[in-house]
Ligand binder design. Structure first.
Ligand SMILES: Nc1nc2c(ncn2[C@@H]2O[C@H](COP(=O)(O)OP(=O)(O)OP(=O)(O)O)[C@@H](O)[C@H]2O)c(=O)[nH]1
Ligand SMILES: [Mg+2]
Length: 332
């Protein structure tokens, strides 16, 4: 593993002009872990240099296979991720791991456990591991994660595993980032009910029943199979397999890797990979556009403008629609 850790923001960006960004991008493409780390820090910080970073990386990205890994807290995502890294490395692939925490405003602390768990890869130069918090960024995960993925992609990773930490919308969000989404469940966690509630029956391409050394794994699999049979999926579509694992000892992990490969082959054959990537590019453009409009609005003292428009609406001299038109015209 190459720990591409973060440093203080001012040190990360100091001395970086246009030429600096290009040189940095070039070094990252050559696989220099410090350059990769710095570029991801720029993403985390929402640096104004991101436009240049993005422009110089885009022509070199698009090769990595992005695999999202999601599931309830403690279900075994990091353990499965680490075991998958081992499986992928044994086939000579260069691997990136991005652990994202969309709910936490802090970077590092909450993910320390993951780093410890990943230490089996500590000496491997062909594994990049990075955790990233979205820090309440405007646009959040939808905005920052694609850019971090692009850095790892352009740095030559064949596969990038994205683990989301936290609960709530993150499951659905990670599915939007990935070519293939793994949904993990485990016995004894009430995961069957959670699956139905969180909408993960629609997002999984491969389901993994981890902790299969515990009682109840077969029941989880049966429940899941029954629920998947009822979930709405397009006819002739991909039928997600259910794989049992004991991730801590690597059991079933090769089957997971092979299910990921099969899903990829199916997507290529059916044009689904292109469709997903196009949808992702659309989402990214939309997120950047909305963020930039919002920023412009704030720069134009949107609050003060809103106050005076609100006064005008209350005084009856304009109506909310006309007032909104004025705001939109001011930022476009
Ligand atoms: N019995 C058993 N324990 C497991 C298995 N896989 C993981 N664990 C244990 O489950 C605990 C949680 O595993 P993690 O991999 O950290 O789970 P996670 O989903 O990444 O957790 P968060 O990132 O905190 O949401 C750890 O103590 C693991 O050792 C398994 O197959 N069987
Ligand atoms: Mg974890």
């Amino acid at each position: 593993m190459t720990e591409v850790a973060a440093g203080p923001a001012h040190r990360r960006t100091a001395g970086l002009g246009g030429a600096g960004v290009d040189a940095l991008a070039k070094r990252a493409r050559a696989g220099d872990p410090r350059a990769v780390a710095r570029l991801i820090s720029l993403v985390e910080d929402g640096s104004p240099l991101l436009r240049e970073v993005c422009a110089s990386l885009v022509p070199h990205a698009g090769n990595a296979q992005i695999v999202g890994i999601t599931g309830s807290p403690g279900v075994g995502k990091s353990t499965v991720t680490s075991a998958l890294v081992t499986a992928l490395r044994s086939t000579g692939k260069r691997v990136g791991v991005l652990a994202v925490d969309p709910s936490s405003p802090f970077s590092g602390g909450a993910l320390l456990g993951d780093r410890v768990r990943m230490q089996g890869h500590a000496l491997d130069r062909d594994v990049y591991i990075r955790s990233m918090a979205s820090r309440g960024h405007l646009g959040g995960l939808s905005w920052a994660a694609p850019q971090a993925l692009r850095v790892l992609d352009a740095a030559g990773c064949d596969v990038v595993l994205v683990e989301t930490v936290g609960v709530g919308q993150s499951e659905v969000e990670v599915a939007g980032l990935a070519d293939t989404t793994l949904v993990l469940l485990a016995p004894g966690m009430g995961d069957g009910i959670q699956a139905a509630k969180a909408g993960i029956l629609e997002i999984g391409d491969v389901y993994v029943v981890n902790k299969s050394d515990r009682d109840g794994a077969d029941q989880v699999r049966r429940d899941l199979r029954a629920m998947l049979a009822l979930a709405e999926r397009p006819a002739g579509g991909w039928r997600p397999p259910i794989v049992k694992t004991v991730a801590g000892v690597g059991e079933g992990v090769d089957e997971v890797a092979s299910a990921i490969d099969k899903h990829r082959a199916w997507m290529v054959q059916h044009g689904e990979l292109d469709r997903r990537r196009r949808r992702r590019a659309r989402d990214e453009i939309e997120a950047i556009a909305l963020t930039s409009l919002r920023r412009r609005f704030d720069d134009l003292h949107g609050d003060a403008r809103l106050d005076s428009l609100a006064q005008a609406v209350l005084a009856g001299s304009t109506d909310p629609y006309a007032a909104a038109d004025e705001v939109v015209a001011a930022v476009s």
